[in-house]
Write a protein that binds this ligand. Structure first.
Ligand SMILES: *Cc1c(COP(=O)(O)O)cnc(C)c1O
Length: 495
């Protein structure tokens, strides 16, 4: 039988208030110790949770507790019942999707944000939250080498940001008054079209669905042999659509696509957008952060002409989930798309452009104080520290790429531009594509089953491609060497 642990004063039957400060201090220290241990042992866990679907549900009671339970017991159950169901994004062997890091300063920022529990909907509902968001995002703009002025807001994810950006793009269409009148049942509104490449993130599709543009309103443009948008096809498609009575209104270009980190030719796309008066949105959710290293600024060429642009600190800037930054050169259009002030939110401060009510720039009213963790990270590491880490991840990716290129049994599937390596096993003499696909899928599953690494895949021209995404602060050269050894040894076992 479990030992009963004592309840706090705040849990006695007559109590009505919060946990008392001394109890908070005690459990708070326990939690911080737990976090420090966890971060230093992150390599000890199997990266991918080993549980089967439903395992967690079966362990947890189906009914909520009637009586208070001790915090000690709750923390113990967190460890015992929930930790086995965690996939460890903070593990050095996590190289699936895009790796990220909940870094120390970011975790501390999250704790303080939770404690303050502010809602930065209006400037007055926490001036520091609003003004720090503006200052921090202007710092980040400078670190990325983007032009001034660019207005920035933080959203939970890039998927939200692209929806807001494309809502602004829709609002920017002259004389249709879609915000007021909607789209449905109007003979004076042509069908709307926007464009992205076949390699763009599915967030663009979801935005098209939500905005009433529909999946047919999003045209996917083909890519070249390096998975970059074909601008000739883009221009031809726009002209075709215009001739057929569609109304083109936006293009989404990607800097660092999710499958391969390819970079669309943004300067040429910007030319096309200017010629046709289309909103240019750049999705640089992962790849944009590379521009923090000054020698890599070139990847953002043309982005200074974008109407809106997204980078995700929660991807490659060591910021705990969630923190996605949306920049725009046209904040007034974003505001026109979203601002709606009910009486109970009216205020009489005279607010300038630099002290906005941030609820006016999106659908969400309540806004977490997300800039605090980002501010702490930018200060703690500094420009040089951040650039050094991004460079190191790119160096590790180049190292692995070099080994792959020299190996007779593996091949690299795309140029390595950032810290993602796309590869497959291709043993000498085995050229049947179906056989290669099956082999590579087995190889990836075998590696993931070791628990030391977690890799994910994509398909490139129908070829099963293993992605090695390097981006966690705990991933070292030794991890990459071990992964390379594992890949080679496991290949021998699979053929
Ligand atoms: C990850 C990613 C997204 C989606 O980001 P979320 O913040 O998870 O919504 C969008 N675009 C690109 C290019 C990405 O890599």
């Amino acid at each position: 039988m479990e030992e009963q642990t004592p309840l706090d004063a705040a849990q006695q039957p007559t109590a009505t208030g919060d946990m008392d400060p001394e109890a908070f201090r005690r459990y708070g220290h326990k939690a911080v110790d737990w976090i420090a241990d966890y971060l230093s042992n992150a390599a000890q866990y199997p990266v991918l949770s080993q549980l089967a679907p439903g395992d967690i549900r079966h362990v947890l009671p189906a009914k909520p507790p009637e009586e208070p339970e001790s915090m000690q017991q709750i923390l113990a159950d967190f460890d015992k019942q929930l930790m086995p169901g965690i996939t460890h994004w903070n593990a050095p062997g996590f190289m699936a999707y895009f790796s990220n890091t909940g870094s120390g300063p970011g975790i501390l920022g999250e704790m303080l944000t939770a404690a303050l529990n502010t809602n930065a909907m209006l400037w007055r509902t926490s001036p520091a939250a609003t003004e720090l968001e503006q200052i921090t995002l202007d710092w980040l703009r400078q670190l990325l080498g983007l032009p001034h002025p660019m207005f920035g807001v933080i959203n939970d994810t890039a998927s939200t940001g692209i929806l807001y950006a494309l809502a602004a793009a829709r609002e920017a269409i002259p004389k249709l008054y879609i915000r007021q009148k909607g789209i449905g049942g109007r003979s004076d509104v042509p069908r709307l079209r926007l464009y992205c490449s076949q390699e763009a993130h599915s967030a663009a599709d979801k935005a098209a669905i939500v905005l009433g543009v529909g999946q047919e309103g999003l045209r996917k443009i083909g890519t070249d042999n390096q998975f970059r948008m074909d601008v000739t096809e883009l221009e031809r498609t726009i002209e075709e659509d215009l001739a057929a009575g569609w109304l083109p209104f936006a293009v989404v270009a990607t800097v660092g696509t999710t499958s391969t980190t390819s970079i669309d030719p943004v300067p040429q796309i910007a030319d096309i957008c200017e010629r046709h008066h289309l909103w240019l949105h750049v999705d640089a959710a992962y790849g944009g952060m590379a521009a923090i290293a000054p020698e890599m600024r070139g990847i953002m060429e043309g982005c200074e002409r974008a109407d809106s642009l997204i980078v995700n600190p929660h991807k490659w800037l060591f910021t705990p989930m969630d923190c996605s930054v949306l920049y725009t050169r046209k904040p007034e259009v974003m505001k026109a798309a979203f601002s709606l002030i009910p009486e109970f939110l009216r205020t009489n401060e005279s607010l300038g452009d630099e002290t906005p009510n941030l609820m006016d720039y999106g659908n969400a009213l309540g806004r977490r104080f997300r800039s605090l963790k980002l501010w702490m990270i930018l200060r703690y590491f500094g420009h040089e520290g951040l650039a050094a880490r991004i460079r190191e991840h790119c160096r590790l990716a180049q190292l692995l790429s070099g080994w792959l290129d020299a190996s007779p049994n593996f091949e690299r599937m795309t140029p390595t531009q950032f810290s993602l390596v796309c590869l497959r096993a291709h043993p000498q003499g085995m050229d049947d594509e179906e056989q290669l696909n099956a082999l590579n899928e087995r190889l990836m599953n075998r590696i993931n089953a070791t628990g030391r690494f977690l890799l994910s895949h994509t398909k490139l021209h129908r070829r099963f491609t293993i992605r090695v995404a390097i981006g966690n602060l705990r991933t070292s050269e030794k991890d990459i060497r071990d992964l390379w050894t594992e890949l080679q040894e496991d290949l021998v076992k699979e053929i």
